[in-house]
Design a binder for this molecule. Sequence first.
Ligand code: PLP
Ligand code: ZN
Length: 407
Amino acid sequence: MMSSWLQCSTCGEQVAIESLGACPACRHGILEVAYAAMRDKDATVLDTPRQGSGIWRWQGLLPVLDGARVPISLAEGDTPLLPGYDLAPNLWLKYEGKNPTHSFKDRFQSVAISAAVALGKTRVVCASTGNHGVAAAAYSARAGLQCAVLTHEEAPAAHVEAIRQFGATPVAVPADVRNDLLRKLVDAGWYPSTTFWPMPVSNPYGVEGYKTIAFEIVEQLGKEVAAVAHIFVPVGGGDSLYGIYKGFHELVLLGVLERLPRVYACQPAGAAPLVAAQARGADDVPHVEIDRSVALSIREADTGGHAWRGLRDSAGVAVPVTDADIMDAAARLGGLGLSVDPASAASVAGALVAVRNGTVHDDGPVVCILTASGARWPQPQGWPPSGARLAATSADQAYRALVALTG
Ligand SMILES: *Cc1c(COP(=O)(O)O)cnc(C)c1O
Ligand SMILES: [Zn+2]
């Protein structure tokens, strides 16, 4: 009997495991991996011998995939949950910068590229503002697959260099042809390890990797505490929020969690499709016009309906954050020894707004997902302050100047 398969989240049709994109039956539903264990409420799946490390400890709750070198792993996952100290009472930071290529996209690509191998694919394509492309390049290299990354024109140079370092091909493509080019490549047999047209439909295997963030949080907080948590996620296309939500939801179906923690979406005020959907009480997420934002990784005109479903089902809220909120949060995180991608700082910015305005009104823990390290990102002007130069001709004078600087 099959333990996992692919099905449509809208019409329920079970589809071939190589189906990627919208549902081939109803043409618009999002495909997702379904499990016999969830259908049968069989919690013994959690006792599956835990092989490997990181996300693959949860093999019983990940799709069954076969192939050479599978699972394709670089020891992603098992990231720390650090106390946020005086950021806010009972606030926790899930630091995804600790992943092998420094972002939570490694969880996604580990499963997505494992699926590519199992499906016999040899060429991978991905469209990315940075982190996604770096992770796709690394896992494709690990699997021995070719990889092309359609980069965003504003992608920081360090990301493009990292993609090249993993032997992949980064190419800058004008935004208006990117989606059609992706479609052509997919039609020609390339494996889309990414969100693609019709936007935003995701790779159904990749999002399974994000579930492990939920599993780890439950392990780290304990199930009673996790059930009443407020989880803040920086959301762009929405796989992030949906994947984490799906992880919690499956633990509810298995009877491990008594209820769903609330999952909140943090989006830049000038690029916030979920905030717009919430304001209109809409069932579908509208396309929005977008402004510039320091949080390039989550600056999207479209967020998927799957994320909207996860947010509403968990009684979460979409929180808009300004660039000023984001930079302030990044500076505070720097003060706690953490360098983050500006998009990651949006989760803390959103949590602080929600705590301040009473959206979070009980004492359940607040967990912010710091989705990526800041190592590859040029920091916004003015932060961190550039180093001072001590104009001193003696150690004595330098000593006094340094003491004055450090307060
Ligand atoms: C990709 C990304 C996100 C958002 O993920 P989506 O699946 O697009 O919602 C958040 N933060 C960082 C750092 C990212 O790279
Ligand atoms: Zn369907």
